[in-house]
Write a protein that binds this ligand. Structure first.
Ligand code: G3P
Ligand code: MG
Length: 233
């Protein structure tokens, strides 16, 4: 079962910052998950479209230029990263990256950035998983780049289980730990989908996810989750 650092090693470091990503790499995570919004056509890494929870700013990200947003303190003196900086940092590592699209204006900037990453960093797009709760964005991406791996996010347990993810031709279904059960995992597997579960930090949840046979868990504490996983095996 893989460990995906949720917003980086966000339990101990400011979420969605280069520091949290550096720490996740150091802690031996298999992958990193980050949240991405587009501001003026540029992809920036932040979870909320309001600034107050994670920075010393206030109001909406859309009220500011990218240059102004880059001046803010995102914790421990860290700046809000651009997605490009994350791709640069991860290019020479063996980790894969889950880019979660927030907002509804992210597809065109992402397509342009992936082309640039391929050309300038030789970043293999197969090391990316693009996910969203907005399945329309995923369908749009699928039309433009059929080879991209897509992660269909759900915070619910639909009546027809993982059928929505199969309809999207997704690579994975990314589920809330509060709802997931064995029937859902079995259904997803039968449809050829990977199953990734967020957010899994507690010992009992880690054990339960392993018992279900999920492929990976999103953890805020990658080193600790790895340790707990090792201990129970
Ligand atoms: O991608 C998994 C998880 O991050 C989805 O929810 O709100 O933490 O972005 P959220
Ligand atoms: Mg997320």
């Amino acid at each position: 079962m893989q460990i995906i650092a949720h917003r980086g090693a966000s339990g101990d470091y400011p979420e969605n910052t280069l520091l949290a990503i550096e720490q996740a790499i150091a802690q031996g995570a298999d992958a990193i998950e980050i949240d991405v919004f587009a501001v003026q056509g540029e992809l920036i890494v932040i979870h909320d479209h309001h600034l107050a929870r994670t920075t010393n700013g206030s109001g909406s990200i859309y009220q500011y230029s990218v240059e102004q947003l880059m001046q803010l303190d995102a914790g421990h003196g860290e700046r809000i990263p651009k997605l490009w900086q994350i791709l640069q940092r991860l290019a020479a590592t063996g980790l894969w990256l889950n880019i979660e699209l927030k907002g509804d204006n992210t597809v065109a900037p992402l397509l342009a950035l992936l082309d640039k990453a391929q050309q300038e960093l030789q970043f293999d797009s197969q090391r990316l998983l693009i996910s969203s709760f907005n399945h329309h964005l995923l369908a749009e991406l699928r039309r433009h780049r059929p080879e991209l791996k897509l992660g269909a996010l759900t915070a619910s347990l639909p009546l027809d289980y993982a059928a929505f993810a199969q309809a999207l031709q997704a690579y994975s279904v990314n589920c809330d730990v509060s709802f997931i059960n064995q029937a859902f995992v079995d259904d997803a597997k039968a449809r050829g989908l990977k199953v990734y579960v967020y957010t899994v930090d507690q010992q009992d949840d880690i054990a339960r996810m392993q018992h279900y046979g999920v492929d990976g868990i999103f953890s805020n504490y990658p080193a600790r989750s790895r340790q707990r996983l090792t201990e129970q095996n």
